[in-house]
Design a protein. Sequence first.
Length: 300
Amino acid sequence: MVSMQFSEKFADKKWQASSQLTEEHVMPYRSWDPSGKRALVLAPHADDETFGCGGTIALHAASGDPVMVVVLTDGARGNISRRHSDAEYIRMRRDEAREACRILGAADPVFWEFADRSLWGEIPRARGKLMEILEDFRPERIYAPSILEYHPDHRAAAALLLTFMGDVSSDLEIAFWEINQPLCVNSLVDISPVLSQKEAAIRVYKTQLEELDYADHILSLNRFRAMTLPPPATHAEGFSLWPAHGIRRWLSHLDASRKPPCMHGYTGLYERQLPFLDVHYGVEPSVAGICASIHRFFVK
Ligand SMILES: [Zn+2]
């Protein structure tokens, strides 16, 4: 039965069309210049802004673009080894975030201080705060976690952002970064010129490096992402970049079928992420729940 389903799927004309695509259709071979936009960065925890898009932040800042970093939670649950009291640990993480942003050239971060690992339940309150920022700061691009991240706060941050897609300008760009879960990226930023800044910013997060060698993991991912870029690029940050109107279209498909639409190949911006969902996550109740939650907030 399973083999029959597969053979039917591969015999489908849509899959035949995919087979005609070359490497350049499915993976960027040139670096994307992110500069020239007012950038808002949503970091569920202090460190995510640096791990996910620290090099890109530095490039924005070097170009004179306003960059606003918002740290959504207090990060207290990262205090696994209990070397510090919770209050001390929260204070240390805030100081680390300030120093990391200074190194990257961004303004002092804003701290919302929602309790760590509670963001799903805080989406209604967080909506009000994000609405104020959208009105006051007027970002032209937002960097955020994708809904494929495995940390619940990361997925909640993605859901929070997606609830606004009905209210924002069609031209607003959303760049989903990757930390917990690699994406089918459609945009690569060569961060080699600012690599030393990113590494220095990562090293600031001593509370996190005590738990795990994030510098090695994150910079290894960045190294891998440079595989398709020409020399002298050595490190890159990958993004799934969508215009708001593309996300609206995707959400309308969710509304109709509660599952991602059937893809015609990797030809568009959002199609490049959705086959990943379809193949690996399309029938998983956890992601179906996420999608339903996003939709519930979206239509309110
Ligand atoms: Zn995080």
